[in-house]
Design a protein. Sequence first.
Length: 344
Amino acid sequence: MAIAALLTSVGASLFALALSLSLTRWLASRAGSTLGPLDHPNARSLHNTPVPRSGGLGVLAGVALVWLVALLWGDASAELIWIGAALLVVAVVSFLDDLRTLSPLTRLAVHGLAAGLLISGGLRWTQFDLPGLFWTLPTALALLLTLLFVVWMINLYNFMDGIDGLAGGMAVCGFLALAWLGWRGDAPLYTAICLGVAAAAAGFLVSNLPPARIFLGDVGSSSLGFLAAALALWGVKLGLFALWVAWLIFSPFIVDATWTLLARLARGERVWEAHRSHHYQRVILAGWTQRETLTRAYALMGAVTVCAVSAPRLTVIEQWGLLAGWAVVYGLIHVKVMRLEREP
């Protein structure tokens, strides 16, 4: 990557960080909090007092700045425009949901529309590949899997935004990892966008570490989940990595949310209702503090990030060993959570 492009990416990201940081702090202030929605404690919450949940606006302001720089850069691709349009749809409807709760069907329909925009822009899950294995998907199956992937990433990120600093930390680690893979693959525009999203998330995170002064809200968590899916698909299309690498990057969220959903379905629960069944919620209910939980979660995210960015350069056998190793780790985490719950 040319030095000029790298400097432009870093410069835009620093401005995104500053904008997100300052706007989030203002939104968390007494004056700013009167203008946005408040998160009141409910059956799913782990906080006891109302907290502003407009922090996602600060993140999106930083992301919008990076998008604008990319457009003015004169190197804007069609994918960037389609992702931006779909992100706008998700963000607007999610903010409306923050202001006045929308029905689950309405939200899902909009998430499906966002996935459709990505598909229209040529961003789709066209092949199923694991280390050493590769299958081209039939068109109908490719469209269906793309739809499910995007919609699930949007929603699971929302589900996992349940304790201070968790969703913001995953965004910083996850999008930094994608930026690194973009830089290594000589994709300057992709690198700039991913780095900018990570920087915007970091600006928000300053005010979201425990005890949090502000939350992402649906506008923030849904937007970050959408960006995780969209930028993963874009990276695959650019040939930067296989989709399973992106899954590994965001696996701390994907594994917890997917496991919890399947477990609740198996128990016959109403999965659309609020709950406290995620692993991060269960360990807190078992006695861990939010800081203890967050510290361990960050260690997990950091380890996953290092492994994921190294994965494309490993041999097929090493890649399978890496995936098997992480499967064991997540299995042990589940066992640890159950043991904590049984302790007096």
